[in-house]
Write a protein that binds this ligand. Sequence first.
Ligand code: IMP
Ligand code: MG
Length: 183
Amino acid sequence: MSSHSEILISGDSMSRRVKELGVSISKDLATSELCVMPVMDGGMIFAADLVREITLPLMILPVKASSYGNSTTSSGRVSLPWGIPKGVAGKDVLLVDDILDTGGTLSHLKELLILEGARTVLTCVLLRKESSRHLTVDFLGFDIPDRFVVGYGLDHAGLHRNLSDISVLNQEPKSLAQATFSH
Ligand code: IMP
Ligand code: MG
C-alpha cells in the first residue's frame, strides 16, 4: 500500500458484502419489473458487480449525476447531464450509488423518478458516511467514517475509480493527482 493512502475496505470484503446484498435484494424485491439504475460515474463498478448477484429479471438504465466537480466537498447542486432515462414508468427502480454523503443526489433522483411514473423507487448504496447515519437507505453495504475515500468506482478528480480496495485519501488536495496507489 502507498504511504499516501490507507485501505478502509479490501476488495475481498467488498465482494462478500456485494454477494450478501444481491441475496437480500433478490429475496426482498419480489418483482418482475425491476429496473436497476446505476448512478454514474461512481456507482458503475458496484452496480456491475451487484447485478450479477441479483437473480431477478432486470433492466439496467444508468443515470448520470454529478454534485462534486473536482472538489472533495459537495457543491450542493446536482446536475443530470443525461436527464432521467426513458422507460421507467410502471417499473420498480433500484437506484445504485457508491456513497451517501449529503443524500442530495438520491433524494433529488427519487423525486424525479416518481414524477416520471416509477411504481416504486428504492436505494442501494455501498457506503454511508458517519455524518449521514440519520439518512436511511433500503440496502446498505458499509457505514464508514467521515473521510474522503476513493477506489471501487469512487474518484477524486476522475482518478482512482479502478482500484479494487476502498482507501482514504491522506494527501493535500493540490497533489492528489499525483497520488499513487498499489493495484
Ligand atoms: P451526496 O449527494 O452529497 O450524497 O453525494 C453523493 C455523491 O458525491 C456520490 O455519488 C459521490 O460521487 C460523491 N462523493 C461523496 N463523498 C465522496 C467520497 O468520499 N469520495 C468520492 N466521492 C464522494
Ligand atoms: Mg464522484
